[in-house]
Write a protein that binds this ligand. Sequence first.
Ligand SMILES: [Zn+2]
Length: 1043
Amino acid sequence: MSQQGYVATPPYSQAQPGMGGYPAGFGSAPAQPLYRHYGGPPQSFPAPPTGMMKPVSSPSGMPPPQVPSHYGSNGQQNGAHPQSYPAPPYGQPLQSPYHSMAHQGPPPAQQLTNQMGAMNLGYGPGPVQSPQAPPTSHLTQQQFQTAPPTAMGHPPMGPHSSQMAHPQSPLAGPTMAGPQSMGGPPPMGGMGRPFPGPPPPGAGGFQQPGPGAAGPPGHPQQLQGQFGGQMAGPGMAGPGMAGPGMAGPGMAGPFQGGAAQMAGPPQKKLDPDSIPSTTQVIEDDQAKRGGQVYTTNLRGQVPPLVTTDYTVQDQGNASPRFMRCTTYSFPCTADLAKQCQVPLATIIKPFATVPKNETPMYVVNHGETGPIRCNRCKAYMCPYMQFTDGGRRYQCGFCNCVNEVPAFYFQHLDHMGKRVDFYERPELSLGSYEFAATLDYCKNNKPASPPAYIFMIDVSYANIKSGLVRLVCDELKTLLDNLPREDGAESSMVKVGFVTYNKILHFYNVKSALAQPQMMVVSDTAEMFVPLLDGFLVNFQESRAVINNLLDQIPDMFADTNESETVFAPVIQAGVEALKAAECSGKLFIFHSSIPTAEAPGKLKNRDDKKLINTEKEKTLFQPQKAVYEQLSKDCVSQGCSVDLFLFPSQYVDIATMGDVATHTGGSVFKYSNFQVERDGQHFLSDLRKDVEKAIGFDAIMRVRTSTGFRATDFFGAIHMNNTTDVEMAAVDCDKAVTVEFKHDDTLSEETGALMQCALLYTTISGQRRLRIHNLSLNCSAQLSELYKSCETDALVNFFAKSAYRAMLNQPLKTVKEILVNQAAHMLACYRKNCASPSAASQLILPDAMKVFPVYLNSLLKTGPLVGSAELSTDDRAHQRLSTTAMGVEDTQLLLYPRLIPLHNMDVASDVVPTPVRCSEERLTDAGMFLLENGCSLFLWLGQACPPEMIQSIFNVPSLAHVPVDLRSLPELDNPQSQKLRSIIDSLLDQRPSSMKLMIVKQKDRSEIMFRQHLVEDKGLHGGASYMDFLCYVHREIRQVLT
Ligand SMILES: [Zn+2]
C-alpha cells in the first residue's frame, strides 16, 4: 500500500467541553519555557519559511477518513473495528467437556477447577469489546478455579491432583475442601521462599469460607499432560499446597518442591493447556488484527499487540511504535487509580524504526520565530489545539489557555470550525512530526555541529592476545563507510576519531594531509586532556588513506605488549574532552577487556561477593561505585556524549559500575565473556555494525506534557535527570525507550480525556537541531471496567520490569518481589471486585486484557537480576538489569516470553515462520528440533531422537552425535530445510536490536541447562515457580486482598 501522502481525519477540531483550570501542580514553573524562542532565521533549513519541507500529496492508497470525531463520546473509542462477536455467554451454561470429580485418592486437599469454556471465550473479542457485552461486566473474563488455601491438616497435594470442573456447575459440591482448618503443621520443610518477608496486610492464617471453596460436581475427568516437566513428580509442591500459613508471609512455598509434601497416591495432572497461553493470545491478535491498517484517529484506542504485524496510519495520535500505554483509559480520579493499582504509564520510543510502507516523519518549519507553542504551558502546536474566533485564536488542549494565532499562521476555518489547511499541516492532523528548531534551541545559541564517533580500543594484553584488536581494526575499515547519514545525503557528516589505551592513552592524528598517522601519548590519566585538536576528529572519506593506514598498524604496534592493566574512567573523560573541544556531541565506542585496576581515577577493585546473595546487602552488588563515575555521567550528558561499551571479560569486571555511564547516556553495554574470535567474532561484529549504523539523535532533552489533572512523575530509561521534568539523553537511538509513569493531581474528565505530548529536542546525525513531537490521547473513565478493558499487558510488564530493576538498588530482592506480587494481586483483585460477574471465591478471574499477565510477571521474578542465585554471575545479572532499563515493549515482551519455534515439521515451501509453542519443556519432543530466541540468546535445540535425515539436511553430518555443539552458524547447504532454517534465523536476527549468538543444544547435554532456563512456564532452574504454581499463588493473594 502506498504511504506517500498522508491523510487525516478531522476528529481533533471538535469542541472539547469540560475545560478546567490550569493545575498549579503541573511540572515545574510552566511559565518558564523549556526551550526558548529565537528570533533568528532557521539554521540549515533550505526549506520554505513555513509549512512542511516535504510535499504532501493527496491521500493515496489509503481509504479516505470516514470516522467522524469520537471526542467526547466516551463509549465509542474502542469501536475502531466493529465487532461481530456475540457477547460472551456469561451466566449461560458453557459447553465444556471437562468436569470435576471427587478425587479417588485421599480427601482432596484442593481442587484446581478450571473453567475451560470461559477461557476459550476469553480469547475472543480481546480488547475491542462487543457492544453486547454482558451487563454485569463489559469484559471478557478468564475464569479459573484454583484451590482455596489448603486445610493445613490435610495431606498436602500438588497441582497434579487438580481436576477440571464443569464451568457452569453450581459452585458447591463435595470436591472442594470445606472451611479450612487452621493450625496445621508449619510450612513444609525444604521449601523455598520465593516471596518471603514481612507479612502483607491481612496475610496469614485467614480462614477460607466453605461455600466459595466448594468445587462443582461433575463427571470424572482424567487429564492428560503434565506441566513443569522437569520437576514433575511427587516432590512437587502444588498450588493446592498452600495452607493459610503459606499464603502470607511465609509463602514458603508451593514453588519449591519438597518430598515432605508428598502424600497419597500418584496425582493427576492439570491440563496445562487450560491456563491462559501467551502464544495463543499472540496468535489470536495476529489473526484478528494482523495485516491490517491501524489508523490512529480514535482517542483511547488499544493498538494491536507488539507481536502483531500491522501497518500504522497516523491520523492524529502517535503510532504505537512510538508510544504504548499500560492502559488506554485512565481512571478519572486518584482514588480509583489507587484502588486498582494499575500503573498508568507510557513507554516512549521516540526514534522507533518505522517500516518502509509507513509515512516517514514530516518536518515542519514555522520560520524564524520557531515552532508555535502555547504561551502558558509551552506545548507545541498539535491536533489538540482548538481554533476559535474565526481562526484568530486557539485554545490549548493541555492547559486550556487561549492563545492568539500569529499572523503568519492565520488560516480561515471551514463550516465545521476546522482550519482549511488542516490536511496540509502535519502539526494539525498527525500524531507525530518534527519541527525545525531555531538557534534558541541550540546550546549557547550556536548552531549545532554534526556528531562525532570516537573508537577507543583497549590494547592491553588480553585484547591483543584474543585477536580482538585486529578484528576491530579490520572491521572499521569497511564499517566506517556505513556511518549513519541524513536521508538522501551522499555521505555521512559524522566525524571519526581513534584512541588506543591500556594504562595510558594514545591519540591519533589522522588529518587527510598526513602521509602517516601520528600518535600522541597521554600518560597522566589523572588530569585527562586531549593533546591535539586539529586532525583528531576527521571526515572518514577525506582521511580514508591515513585511517586505513592507522588501522593496519595498530594491531602490530601493540603485538608484543605485556601490559595487562587498564584505565577506564580516563578513557571516557578523554572522549568527553575531545567532543567538548570540537564543540559537538557524539558517541564513544569503547572496546574493553578487564576491570580497570591501574592507578587512575575510577580505579575499581573486585567487590563481587556471592555471600551477599539473598541478604540485605545483595543490592550493593548492583549499586555502581559513585564518585568518579557519577560525575563522569554528568559531564557526558552535558556534552551530549553517549557511551557504548563493548566488554570482553574473562572474569568479573563490575558491570554495575562500568556500565553505569553507558546507561545514563543513552548508550548500550555489550558483553562477550571469554571472547574468542573464531567462535564469537561474527556475533560481536554484527552487534558493532548494527550499533554504528543505527538511527540515532544526540544531545537530546525530552519533556512530556499532559492535559490538566495528571502529570508525568517518574521516568525509567538510559537517561539522566537533573530536575523532575526534563529527561536528558546524551543520545537516543531507535531501540531506546523511556518508560514514563503518570499520577493524578486532579480529577480527569471523561469528556476531554487524557492528552500527552512528548517533545524531544535533539541534534540530527547531520547536525540539525530538531524537535520531534509525539502526541497521544487517551480516554478517561469513572468505570474501572473501562480501564481493565483497555489494558496492555506487554506495556504493563515493561513498566513492572523497569520499576523492579530500579527498586532492587535500594531494597532487598525479596521485598521487591513481594511488592510486585502484591501489586499484581491488588490489580487483579480490584478487577474481580468491581468488574467481574459474581462468582465463587475459588474461581480465579482475570481481565481478558491481562489474562497472561501472571506468566510474564512470574517470568520477570525468575530473571537473573531478581532470582538471587549464587550460580549466576553477578556481572550477568547487572548486565541484564542495565539492558532492560532502556528496553521498549517489544524487547521486554520477547525477553520475558521467548519464542519457541518448532522446526521439525515446518513447511519448507512457505515463507512463514512456524507458529511458536508455549515455553515449556513438555512442548519439546524427542524427535523434534526447536529454535528459541528471546532477543539476547538464540538456541537451536535438538531432540535425542532427531531423525538423521533432518540432522543431515541441516548440519551435513550423519547423526546427532556428529553435530558439533560449538557451531555458531549453520553450514550453508543447498537443500530446502537448510535454506528455510537459515532464512528464519536471519530474519530473527534482522528484527532484533542486537545480534544473538547461536547456540546448539542437544537434549540431555549439560548445555541444555542454559536453554531450559528460558522455558519460562516451567519451574525456574535457579528458583522460582512454574506458571501453574504461580497462578495459584497469585490467586491466593487475590483472595487475601478480597477478604
Ligand atoms: Zn497550554
